[in-house]
Design a protein around this ligand. Structure first.
Ligand SMILES: Nc1ncnc2c1ncn2[C@@H]1O[C@H](COP(=O)(O)OP(=O)(O)OP(=O)(O)O)[C@@H](O)[C@H]1O
Length: 242
């Protein structure tokens, strides 16, 4: 029996578009406010097995981020079912979820707890995370005093070191300088080389996708149009992206 860790079953996500914010607010009280429906994800089904590395391709607005948001639980499907098994680490919005008044070190505990870890487990990883982030004495300063690059470094350091079972990487991942970026890429490589770690990678950079993934899913206007080996997926994506 294949060990499926992510499954989308006929998933649709519809956003309601209102004329303006006032109309959007009024819609909370009345169902009669005029709006247009936008299907960001349209009847999408796929299964990803434990240990697979899958690239998700599509032009701007194809529905990739919406899929990731539903996997991480930030957005919910309007129709269909989603099954996600295991600890998800999303290298997406690295700077979100920090409490600005807490120090970097305290935020390590905060994020660890939110990921379902015990304090003892977090304590064991604390020095690894601090060393990885390379933000020096700022680790004991409140996060509100950090530059955006420092926040991203700490966010990345936490997310990759909490032993994720499912790793979600967005190409928007540009954390700090070249040296740190290379360190991040090496770390992602190291994680996905472990058996049993599943990778979902969203990118427009087909060469990088090929480096990490064997399978590719191509999205267009919210629909899944192809789910196949990485070479065929890249070929198709390059055709539609022209
Ligand atoms: N909160 C929202 N309200 C209304 N429409 C939305 C919302 N979020 C996304 N959309 C729309 O849904 C569609 C899919 O968006 P999504 O962000 O998933 O695309 P994407 O493939 O990730 O694009 P990109 O490569 O630009 O990040 C787009 O047309 C977008 O405008």
């Amino acid at each position: 029996m294949p060990d499926i860790v992510i499954e989308f079953k006929e998933v649709t996500k519809t956003y309601k578009l209102y004329k303006n914010d006032k109309q959007r607010l009024l819609s909370v009280f009345s169902k009669k406010i005029p709006h247009k429906d936008k299907k960001a994800v349209d009847n999408v089904s796929f299964k990803i097995q434990r240990g697979e590395s899958v690239a998700l391709f599509g032009k701007n607005g194809a529905g990739k981020s919406t899929i990731l948001k539903m996997i991480t639980g930030v957005a919910y499907p309007t129709q269909g079912d989603i099954i996600v098994k295991g600890r998800v680490s999303a290298l997406l919005e690295l700077t979100s979820g920090f409490d600005p008044e807490f120090t970097g070190r305290e935020n390590i505990y905060l994020k660890g707890q939110l990921s379902g870890m015990q304090d003892t487990e977090i304590r064991d990883l604390e020095s690894t995370i601090v060393d990885f982030a390379e933000i020096g004495e700022y680790i004991d300063q409140p996060v509100r005093t950090y530059s955006s690059g420092m926040k991203a470094r700490l966010g990345f350091a936490i997310n990759v070191n909490i032993n994720p079972e499912i790793l979600i990487v967005d190409e928007a991942l540009s954390v700090g300088d070249v040296a740190f970026k290379n360190k991040c890429l090496n770390k992602v490589n190291e994680i996905i080389e472990k058996d049993n770690v599943t990778l979902l990678f969203v990118t427009h950079a087909t060469a990088t996708a090929k480096q990490f993934c064997k399978r590719g899913i191509v999205m267009r206007n919210g629909k899944l149009i192809l789910d196949t080996d990485i070479d065929t997926a890249i070929q198709r994506y390059e055709q539609i992206a022209k």
